[in-house]
Design a binder for this molecule. Structure first.
Ligand code: WQD
Length: 343
């Protein structure tokens, strides 16, 4: 299929582009590079062994998006599916700048959905997040749990899911997949692409990797008094390669089935604590990760991990990479790119 990937130069988008190309799909990327370096594209072309068309603009600009879709159809390569990654995703930043988050994250999804309806593009895979399960969800989390949020970023995911649910009801020919990611980590085994936070990493794995490579002094562990195996936060870390494979499986499933809306958790179904991840990274890298226990981070929950049964039974998809693989692949990327992608 001809697939348009918004945010395709980003962390999860770039890894997914490789899986789409390897499966024989044709890809066009739209990215405004507000949270991605242009170098990603040349790395992707090197890994894919082919040129990848990239259009640099804000996907919320509906006129530009409509012009691109019109142009591709005129060239005889009509877009048949969209995978929509493009969004701001920093929880803390969303609390400080909620209007920018609503403008960007809702605007982008509304533009994508409106252009798809105008051009009768039937397949949409949406990048959602386990954050939509809110603060008090029981674990393991199942897709039928109610959704809510505790920060503007999370609300944009909840609201975008509602927008797409309503679009799928109004246009039954539209096939929508909402993919709820747990905690994406890791990197392509080549070490040529990976996670490259533009500022101080908010997330645990990139922070650990930057300590290991010497860019950060020590890790602050946000609390060790949670009701968990060792008191530190437990999360369902999923390798970005498994996550990318999940997108391909979801896209191909909705293209072959008559269901307007599908919701799938993409997680391993297993939880790992902060200190367990630190130990695994030390084993994978051979580097010590100094840390200090500090106070809890506001808004954090004790445990979050998926019940991935529905994706396994419906998509025939399951994660195959271990926490050790996640650490080894992250380390290979970080060692080869201590400062991330070159400017
Ligand atoms: C993991 C654990 C922290 C950093 C967030 C977003 C979520 C999704 C994934 C976008 C927690 C602890 C972390 C540090 C620490 N993003 N930690 N020291 O919070 O589960 O999820 O990223 O979709 O929406 O909420 O991930 O990696 O920030 O934290 O101790 O320097 O590591 O307390 O227990 P989180 P995280």
């Amino acid at each position: 299929m001809h697939v348009l990937v918004t945010g395709g130069a980003g962390y999860i988008g770039s890894h997914t582009v490789l899986h789409l190309l390897a499966a024989g799909h044709e890809v066009v990327v739209v990215d405004d590079f507000s949270n991605a370096r242009p170098t990603v594209v040349s790395r992707l072309e090197e890994l894919a062994g082919q040129a990848i068309p990239v259009h640099s603009f804000d996907v919320a600009d509906i006129d530009k998006l409509d012009s691109l879709v019109t142009e591709l159809a005129a060239e005889g390569r009509p877009v048949e599916a969209v995978i929509h990654f493009a969004a701001f995703k920093a929880v803390g930043e969303s609390v400080a700048e909620p209007l920018a988050y609503y403008r960007n994250n809702l605007g982008a999804t509304l533009a994508v959905a409106e252009v798809m309806v105008r051009h009768a593009i039937p397949h949409l895979v949406f990048s959602s997040s386990a954050t939509v399960y809110g603060a008090d969800a029981p674990v393991p989390m199942t897709e039928d749990l109610p959704t809510s949020a505790t920060n503007p970023y999370g609300w944009t995911k909840v609201m975008n899911e509602q927008v797409l649910r309503d679009a799928a009801v109004a246009h039954p020919w539209l096939r929508v997949a909402l993919l709820r990611y747990f905690n994406p980590v890791g990197a392509h085994p080549s070490g040529r692409i990976g996670e490259d936070p533009s500022e101080v990493p908010n997330n645990l794995m990139p922070y650990i990797a930057q300590v290991a490579v010497g860019r950060r002094e020590q890790l602050s562990v946000f609390g060790d008094d949670y009701d968990t195996v060792d008191g530190t936060g437990v999360r369902d870390y999923i390798h970005v390669e498994d996550l990318a494979a999940g997108h391909l499986a979801a896209l191909e499933w909705i293209a072959g089935h008559d269901r307007a809306l599908s919701v799938w958790n993409l997680g391993t179904g297993r939880g790992t604590s902060v200190l367990e991840l630190v130990a695994a990274f030390e084993a994978a890298s051979g580097r010590e990760i100094p840390y200090q226990i500090v106070e809890r981070r506001p808004g954090d929950i004790a445990s979050s991990y998926a019940d991935p049964t529905r994706a396994q039974t419906e998509l025939g998809w399951r994660t195959v990479r271990s926490v050790e693989d996640m650490c080894a692949d992250t380390w290979r990327w970080q060692q080869a790119n201590p400062e991330g992608y070159p400017a």
